[in-house]
Unconditional design. Structure first.
Lengths: 295, 314
């Protein structure tokens, strides 16, 4: 009896505010639906919304922008974050200060992050262009011509610390014996990193990468505040397009089917990552077995 | 974290230089906003980007105009209703954090002690929920909260609410604080359960059994024995939940009406205008950023625990 009482509130909330809405979204995605109608008044139009989106060049553009954004931020952040962790995995005074201050960009509101960067990228009053001009290098049209790159840089600023902190934690929990053995065998710094540290960190790195990838598809506020998706469609990621389709174009059915596409995309990527990590695990287990049989 | 096996030899100065650069890069933009929030717009635009300026609190006064006890000379009309939005944000973030913790604690306890599901199932569910972008929830939540989750105004409860609070039409979740709070609880619950589970597992069972022997009921055991022991976990969970509820923009903007606007909505609305008042907007941004910054400075250890608990320990 008691366990059900303990669990009930959580279950009720999850069903009401998450499962039911998701089911409702799937249902709504097959309907021609505008915000003034309740869903009962809408008409069924089959796969109409999905097909319309499939043939919509703007949707394609948005999809490409989303993938470009997500893949480049995750790749760059992984390289920088893991690199810094490998470099700074030593007893330095001030390390805990760095860790504390490094979390700040993740903790403050994305809206505020967007605000700060929009100011810094400002063509005339922004700090980047002022510095460039002071150096006599001319100005860069950050949020115009190079909007996507600028948005990516802002995301790297905000989220690289996440990867840095997780990889540092992973590094510091590595078995000391393996590293000790490698050092005694005369492995150089690079060899230790490539053959010992990275492989041992792999499980954590995969999870970190997965979490970051999932979160990269959620980014919305930073871009909304910085560029509002523009200029043109150059930074209009899917999340932003969904919200515009729902509020500006007032087509809830289309927005729902777009949400569904986005959800499927994230789901597929998650499954690929998980499958890869399972495969890695099995591979590692087989290796361990093999070495045991040899000895 | 203290790195027990590390030699305490002196490191190359280059590492300290790198450390300094990294700290400067991560804090610099925030410090820039702080400095600018004390400048007049003229000073911001003229681009004398040094520290040589006459500091002013006028931006903060403009932002807080609706709750300041005195009249402002530089302002004819208080356009930015920051005070009201701040109170809304506070209500929503605090209540949703509190409820998430209570509900999450109970659920985590049940999952661990009564062996419902393995840790794998829970972390799988957490990952699945974490996967759902808030934008995906926008359409269904907007539709449901406006049209389905309503009390008909002709029923006695609906009539009662309309009599007390005024307004027309059916009584719906949209536009109320509770409407936003519910969705935040749902968004944060899986993560909170996940984190708390890893702390509850470590509470020795004998302790609870001893309490049972002394005649304590299940609820008593939970509140008197288990809760005090998992305080660090609760702190981490609370900070993460508060952060999401405090910072979220998209769903709040879809669900709120004039009276339930939160601070992020205010900032976005003022950013999309053609002529941005940089000083005021940065003061507003700073006010929104202060609570998370305070948490970070005082509880960075808990935050890092919360962040690494999932990925590093599995």
């Amino acid at each position: 009896m008691t366990p059900y009482v303990f669990l009930a509130p959580a279950l009720v909330i999850m069903v009401i505010a998450l499962l039911y809405p998701l089911a409702y979204m799937v249902y709504g995605s097959f309907r021609d639906w505008n915000p003034s109608q309740t869903i009962g008044e809408t008409e069924f139009n089959g796969l109409g919304n999905y097909i319309a989106l499939w043939n919509d060049p703007n949707f394609h553009e948005s999809l490409v922008v989303t993938l470009k954004f997500a893949l480049s931020v995750v790749t760059l952040e992984m390289f920088i974050g893991v690199g810094l962790a490998l470099l700074l995995d030593r007893s330095l005074r001030g390390m805990s200060v760095l860790r504390t201050l490094f979390i700040l960009p993740m903790m403050i509101a994305p809206v505020v992050v967007g605000l700060i960067w929009r100011y810094m990228y400002h063509p005339s009053i922004g700090i980047f262009n002022q510095t460039l001009e002071w150096l006599g290098l001319g100005s860069v049209d950050w949020l115009g011509q190079h909007a996507l790159m600028s948005v990516i840089i802002a995301d790297i600023w905000q989220w690289t610390p996440f990867i840095f902190i997780l990889s540092l934690a992973a590094l510091q929990s590595l078995p000391r014996s393996a590293l000790e053995a490698a050092r005694i065998d005369g492995a150089s710094g690079w060899q230790q990193i490539i053959y010992i540290k990275i492989p041992l960190m792999m499980p954590v790195l995969i999870v970190t990468c997965l979490l970051r990838l999932i979160d990269a598809f959620k980014v919305l506020e930073v871009i909304l505040v910085m560029t509002e998706g523009g200029p043109g469609l150059s930074t209009e990621i899917l999340a932003l397009r969904i919200s515009r389709t729902a509020t500006e174009f007032r087509e809830l059915g289309v927005a729902a089917s777009m949400s569904n596409y986005l959800l499927m995309l994230v789901l597929i990527l998650t499954i690929i990552m998980l499958a890869y990590s399972k495969f890695q695990e099995m591979h590692a287990a087989r290796l361990r077995l093999a070495t045991k049989e040899e000895s | 974290m203290s790195g027990g096996g590390y030699q305490d030899k002196r490191q190359h100065p280059a590492f300290y230089a790198l450390l300094t650069v990294l700290i400067f890069m991560s804090v610099g933009p925030i410090a820039l906003m702080l400095v600018n929030s004390f400048k007049f717009d003229v000073d911001i635009i003229s681009g004398t980007s040094g520290l040589l300026f006459l500091p002013t609190i006028q931006n903060y006064e403009t932002a807080l105009c609706d709750i300041l006890p005195y009249e402002l000379d530089h302002l004819d009309y208080c356009a930015l209703k920051f005070g009201g939005a701040f109170i809304n944000s506070l209500i929503i973030a605090l209540i949703s954090t509190l409820l998430t913790l209570i509900i999450g604690c109970l659920a985590a306890y049940a999952l661990v002690r009564f062996r419902f599901m393995g840790r794998d199932t829970v972390s799988g569910t957490t990952l699945m929920v974490r996967m759902v972008p808030p934008a995906v929830l926008l359409v269904p939540v907007f539709g449901l909260w406006n049209n389905e989750f309503c009390i008909d105004k002709t029923t006695w409860l609906g009539e009662l609410i309309r009599d007390i609070f005024g307004g027309r039409g059916d009584v719906c979740l949209a536009g109320t604080h509770s409407g936003i709070i519910i969705i935040y609880i749902a968004m944060n619950l899986p993560f909170v359960i996940w984190i708390l589970q890893s702390f509850i597992v470590q509470v020795p069972r004998q302790l609870e059994e001893a309490a049972h022997m002394d005649g304590a009921g299940s609820f008593q055991v939970f509140f008197k024995i288990v809760l005090p022991l998992i305080k660090p976990g609760l702190a981490a969970a609370a900070i993460f939940t508060f952060r999401i509820a405090w910072n979220e923009y998209l769903l709040a903007s879809a669900l709120s009406d004039r009276d339930t606007k939160t601070v992020p909505i205010l900032i976005v609305n003022n950013m999309s205008e053609f002529n941005i008042e940089w000083g005021t907007i940065m003061a507003t941004g700073m006010l929104l950023a202060i609570p998370p910054i305070i948490f970070t400075l005082f509880a960075s250890r808990q935050i890092i625990t919360g962040m690494t608990a999932g990925a590093v320990k599995g």
